[in-house]
Design a protein around this ligand. Structure first.
Ligand code: UDP
Length: 457
């Protein structure tokens, strides 16, 4: 911990990430950006999946909050129960810590503001009760936050829970979405639990001091305008956050990266390799896993595939049948976790077969890598809609019900060979240029970030 004299008179920001990789990464990237603009940083993290202190910059403070969460709940797919339990168990210890930080402002630096993930509705309210400005961070897109805002009325109008019969209906109130893009919760109990969670999240944001979004006004300008018109709060579009700071200043991976795939990429031809990853959370069934593997094998393309532990439902690790392994040979490289940004930046990588998590999507855009989209849950279908139909920088794997190897192969061919792929790549080059500009000095995200730093929210 830095000696207190260095912190005297400094403004300090307290950041509270939600303990998922896709939420920790943008929050730590925001921390690094605020730090580089002069603020002292305290990361408050629940015990569950807390980042490694040794990987954080020496003068960050890391405080772990007791969360009382069982390993089973932490690993379960019941995200609503997990988030409710976190809020219930962590609000009081968070409040105690914040009250202590306010008492020690003289030596530790004035608490300028708190930033909590939008999912932390209870701590946001505790901070407000203690008179501290607290902002909510939306780690996903502005379009996704519009879905949060509209969820009650979309349920009321019968769009949700999604049913087979309305799957392909356009949501007039929320273009460009179709019902299938909203949220794939099809059973009523889970739908109600999720609706309850979103109601808490939106109420928490409405009572916060402002909303920070990991997006850029240059790619989601209309969506941000619409949020402005629906919530009377300052909105800061400061992303994509991974572009606002040098990657060497943020080390937030919870799993160990297998860097050997970078050496392997060095041996491949420029612009030839397909990178395949489904992020940190979603699982697929064995049939989908095998069809995907056959699709990759049949495509004859070199690939790097992230098969993380528990990617395949019910299996801790997943090995391919001998016949498939023989067919793939040295043409494919399977790793349990990759240094994703470096892989995407590698000149051998030509395309990204992705689940369309928001971080993966923005990381792909920033490297100008076009996408093959296979969204599975949460915000992924909505993001795939933007990738394929709004920005047109990717193609979908067209799946009827169950994924088939031919569909994988068709999508790979569409993107990696022929005219359509060339047009997609050209649009991706243009989109990359847009995000590089908005995150550079004087760009919209840079200006929004400075407005946040300077504000007395
Ligand atoms: N990631 C990584 N290595 C991998 C796979 C993913 O570092 O092998 C990172 C990726 O760069 C991204 C995050 O994990 O920052 C995944 O976030 P995203 O929003 O894309 O998906 P989620 O995991 O939330 O579904």
């Amino acid at each position: 911990m830095a000696p207190s004299s260095t912190n005297r008179g400094r403004r300090r920001v307290l950041l509270l990430p939600l303990p998922y990789q896709g939420h920790i990464n943008p929050m730590l990237r925001l921390a690094a950006t605020l730090h580089s603009r002069g603020l002292a940083v305290t990361i408050l993290h629940p015990e569950t999946r807390a980042p490694d202190r040794r990987k954080l910059p020496a003068d960050y403070r890391l405080v772990t909050i007791p969360d009382g969460i069982s390993p089973e709940l932490a690993a379960s797919e019941d995200i609503a129960s997990f988030v409710f339990a976190l809020n219930k168990n962590c609000a009081a210890p968070f409040g105690d810590y914040l009250a202590g930080a306010l008492r020690k402002e003289e030596e530790d630096g004035r608490v300028a503001f708190v930033v909590a993930d939008v999912d932390w509705f209870a701590p946001l309210s505790v901070a407000r009760e203690l008179g501290v400005a607290a902002l909510a961070l939306m780690t996903s897109s502005a379009a996704r936050f519009l879905v949060y805002l509209a969820y009650p009325s979309l349920s009321h109008k019968g769009y949700l829970p999604v049913q087979d019969s309305n799957f392909n209906t356009a949501v007039e109130e929320l273009p460009p979405f179709f019902v299938r893009d909203l949220h794939r919760v099809m059973d009523m109990t889970r739908h109600l639990a999720y609706a309850d969670l979103l109601a808490h999240i939106v109420a928490g944001v409405r009572q916060s001091s402002g909303l920070i979004i990991n997006t850029s006004g240059d790619i989601e300008g209309m969506e941000i305008e619409r949020i402005h018109s629906e919530i009377a709060l300052p909105v800061f579009a400061v992303g994509p956050l991974h572009m606002m700071t040098s990657s060497s200043s943020v080390e937030s991976s919870l799993l160990t990266e297998d860097r050997s795939c970078l050496d392997w990429l060095d041996t491949q031809r420029p612009n030839s390799v397909l990178y395949v990853s489904f992020g940190s959370l979603v699982g697929i069934d064995t049939d989908e896993f095998l069809e995907l593997a056959w699709g990759l094998a049949d495509s004859q393309r070199p690939f790097v595939w992230v098969v993380r532990p528990r990617l395949v439902h019910g299996c801790k690790s997943s090995t391919l049948p001998d016949e498939l392994q023989e067919k793939i040979g040295n043409r494919g490289r399977i790793v349990s976790w990759a240094p994703q940004q470096e892989v995407l930046r590698h000149p051998s990588v030509a395309a990204f077969l992705t689940h369309c998590g928001w971080n993966s999507t923005t990381e792909s855009i920033s490297e100008g890598v076009p996408m093959i989209c296979r969204p599975l849950s949460g915000d992924q279908m909505g993001t795939a809609r933007y990738v394929c139909d709004v920005w047109k920088v990717g193609v979908r794997v067209e799946v009827e019900n169950q994924l088939k190897r031919e569909q994988v192969q068709t999508a790979i061919t569409r993107l990696m060979d022929g005219k359509e792929g060339e047009e997609v790549r050209e649009r991706m080059r243009d989109l990359r240029h847009v995000v590089v500009k908005c995150t550079s000095e004087g760009g919209t995200s840079d200006v929004a970030l400075q407005r946040l730093v300077d504000s007395n929210v």
